[in-house]
Each structure stands twice: as structure tokens, then as C-alpha cells.
Design a protein around this ligand. Structure first.
Ligand code: NAD
Length: 351
């Protein structure tokens, strides 16, 4: 067996239907008494529930959550953390809400309790991100690793398939890149493959039965495993590309994931024969093609063109993708990046 390194990360997870009601206990475990609630405004009823459970501990509410944490809004939430003298944050929402909690943790060192409502996985990672204009800045810092995560599948019941599908493809991308990303190790590979198995099995079932709490729970569980893998292993060509394109064109993160993943995996295939074979056997066929087909089952867009990126954008993005992907398992030059990005823009099934 090959030697390996594994840097385990701390963190507490509670999982189960209805467990958002335990947010008060999670805050108390942190010995926090002044909570800033950062919530995606899509679900006022749950915001009200959390505010009620927190009671006097809730000293502020921020709901101006936007994708990619625009710096102007990050400054606003940080100012609120200061003015409300908060000693912890609770975030309620998808990866965007979590991202705002991390923005506060980075400057104010406030511990964070996360209640995720999508499959983004950010709640398990020490990775933060902000955006200014076309540039997205990301970094890794243990201070932003949330201290406690409450997975309550009930909160995902209302997630329409148009959001659930892309978000779940984002989770799948974490698990897939977890097999060959910079921190890959056999422990994380085992979890990554289980995540791929759970997601590939239950996503089509969830599509057919979107109100099934069992299917919603399975998909959330698969996404949790994927987030845990992302946190330890880090990312490769696929995510680097999505970050570049998110910054350049403001494309929707989840939908971009659904488009780019099969092409990024196909590009890496020759460098990862064993991982590719293991993925293919879990997915029941050629891995890149199966992921492409799964994305079609979830009705996600098949091309970046559909998301609004023009073919001319490829020339602009290629050098940035090359620069961002220096640690990818297979090195990529500008001509290869142009070919890879063109496949993503055109959106044909990878052969
Ligand atoms: P999101 O948080 O932006 O949410 C997408 C949309 O879904 C929003 O309109 C939101 O209001 C709505 N929504 C959320 N939960 C819902 C629910 N249960 N029911 C109905 N609607 C709901 O999207 P996301 O994909 O969760 O997160 C994307 C962001 O997370 C990006 O900025 C990405 O870069 C970041 N991210 C960061 C990491 C990390 O480790 N730092 C990991 C993954 C993603």
C-alpha cells in the first residue's frame, strides 16, 4: 500500500428530521450568548422558528445574502457583527449564507453554527470566498471552519428540483474530485465513493418523489459525505474552473458544476486510471458519461452556452484556468484548456 497523509478536521454534526429545534443547545455548547443570525431570506417561517428558539440570545439578523459573498455585503455583515457585539453566528441557508458566516469568522473569529438548506457542503470546510467585481478570492483558514452543523432534511423538502439538481451536482463534484484532489487519501476515497453511490442512487428517486423525506434525507446525507471529503482533500481542475468562470461571468455555481464536472473528469481520466475505474463501477458505466446522463436526469443545463457564457469567452478564461489549476492531477496547458472549456461551452456528452 502507498504511504499517505490524512489531516482530520474537527467539527460536530447532528443529523435528523426536525433537529433545527436543537440550535439553542448547539449555541450553548459554544458558551455563546449573543448570536448574529445570518439567513437566506427564502424561508421566513424557519427564520422565525430559529429566532424563537434562540430567544434573547439573538442580537441581530442579516438577510442580505447573495452568491459569491460580494465584498460590499461582507463588510456590511461584519459591521453588524461589531455593532451588535455578537459572540457567535448561526447561518441558515445554502452555501451563500454559510459563506457570509465565514466572512465574519475570518475577521471577527466568531464561532459558527450552520443549518444548511442545500447540498453545497461549505458548512464542513475551512474554505472561505469573497468576490469583488469579476474576481473571486478564496482561501483556507481554520478560523472559518464551522463548529457545529445541523442537517435537518425537512428544510430541503421545499428545495425545487431546479435548485436541488445543480446543488447536488456540486456535491457530486466534491466527492469525485475527492478521489484525486491534492489531499486525496484512502480514507477519504472510501467516503467519496460512498457519497457518489448514495447520490447517484437517490437523486433520480428524489426527482420522482420530491416530497419523500427518506429520499431527501439520503441526498442530504450523500452531500454531507461529499462536503467532508472536499474539506480534507481540496479541489482540482473542475472547481478551479468553476471559480474562474464564476468570477468572470457570474454564472450560477450549481448549474456550472453540473455542466463542467463530466468534462473535467474526462480530461483527468488518463492521470487517474484506478480512481476512474472505481467511479465507473459505482456509477455503472463510463464515469464521465454517466455523470453527464445523471445531470440530464436532473434537468440541469448541458452547456455553459445555456448559462450565458459565449464561445469567445473561452480564450479569455483559458489562461486563468491554467494558472488556477497548477495543482491538478494532470497538468493542463492553454491549448488543452481551450479544448476543455470549448467542450463545456458546447455541452456534448463526453466520449
Ligand atoms: P445558494 O446558497 O446561493 O442558494 C441558491 C438559491 O436557493 C438561493 O436563491 C436560495 O434562496 C435558495 N434556497 C436555498 N435553500 C433553499 C431551500 N431549502 N428551499 C428553497 N430555496 C432555497 O446556493 P448554494 O449552491 O447552496 O451555494 C453556492 C455558494 O456556496 C457559492 O458562492 C459557492 O462558491 C459557495 N460554496 C462554498 C464552498 C466552500 O467550501 N467554501 C463549498 C461549496 C459552495
Amino acid at each position: 500500500m502507498e504511504p499517505f497523509d490524512y489531516d482530520a478536521l474537527p467539527g460536530r454534526v447532528i443529523f435528523g428530521v426536525g433537529r433545527r429545534s436543537e440550535v439553542g443547545e448547539e449555541v450553548d455548547r459554544l458558551h455563546a450568548t449573543r448570536v448574529l443570525l445570518i439567513a437566506d431570506a427564502h424561508d421566513q417561517e424557519t427564520i422565525d422558528q430559529v429566532v424563537t428558539v434562540l430567544g434573547e440570545r439573538c442580537v441581530g439578523i442579516f438577510t442580505e445574502v447573495a452568491q459569491h459573498v460580494p465584498m460590499m455585503l461582507a463588510q456590511k455583515v461584519r459591521a453588524l457583527a461589531t455593532s451588535s457585539d455578537a459572540d457567535a453566528t448561526v447561518t441558515l441557508g445554502g452555501g451563500s449564507a454559510t459563506g457570509f458566516g465565514k466572512a465574519v469568522a475570518l475577521t471577527h473569529e466568531l464561532p459558527q453554527v450552520c443549518i444548511p438548506t442545500t447540498y453545497a457542503g461549505s458548512e464542513l470546510t475551512p474554505i472561505w470566498g469573497t468576490s469583488s467585481g469579476e474576481v473571486k478570492e478564496t482561501g483556507r483558514d481554520l478560523r472559518v471552519l464551522p463548529r457545529s452543523v445541523i442537517y435537518d432534511p425537512e428544510l430541503t423538502l421545499g428545495l425545487p428540483i431546479s435548485i436541488a439538481g445543480p446543488s447536488a451536482m456540486n456535491a457530486l463534484a466534491h466527492a469525485v474530485e475527492g478521489l484525486y484532489g491534492p489531499g486525496a487519501n484512502p480514507v477519504m476515497s472510501a467516503i467519496a465513493l460512498e457519497s457518489v453511490r448514495v447520490l447517484a442512487t437517490h437523486l433520480p428517486l428524489m426527482k420522482v418523489s420530491p416530497t419523500s423525506i427518506e429520499e431527501r434525507s439520503q441526498v442530504l446525507y450523500g452531500a454531507y459525505l461529499a462536503g467532508a471529503v472536499l474539506a480534507v482533500v481540496g479541489t482540482a481542475l473542475h472547481h478551479k474552473t468553476c471559480h474562474v468562470l464564476g468570477g468572470l461571468y457570474g454564472l450560477d455555481h450549481g448549474q456550472m458544476n453540473a455542466v463542467v464536472l463530466p468534462h473535467a473528469l474526462a480530461f483527468n481520466e488518463s492521470a487517474i486510471p484506478e480512481a476512474y475505474q472505481r467511479l465507473s463501477s459505482v456509477l455503472g458505466g463510463d464515469a464521465a458519461g454517466e455523470l453527464y446522463d445523471l445531470a440530464r436526469t436532473l434537468d440541469t443545463p448541458s452547456s455553459l452556452l445555456e448559462l450565458g457564457m459565449p464561445l469567445e469567452g473561452v480564450q479569455r478564461a483559458a489562461p486563468l484556468v491554467v494558472a488556477a489549476s497548477a495543482s491538478n492531477v494532470r497538468s493542463i496547458n492553454e491549448a488543452q484548456a481551450i479544448e476543455f472549456l470549448s467542450s463545456c461551452v458546447e455541452g456534448a456528452r463526453p466520449s
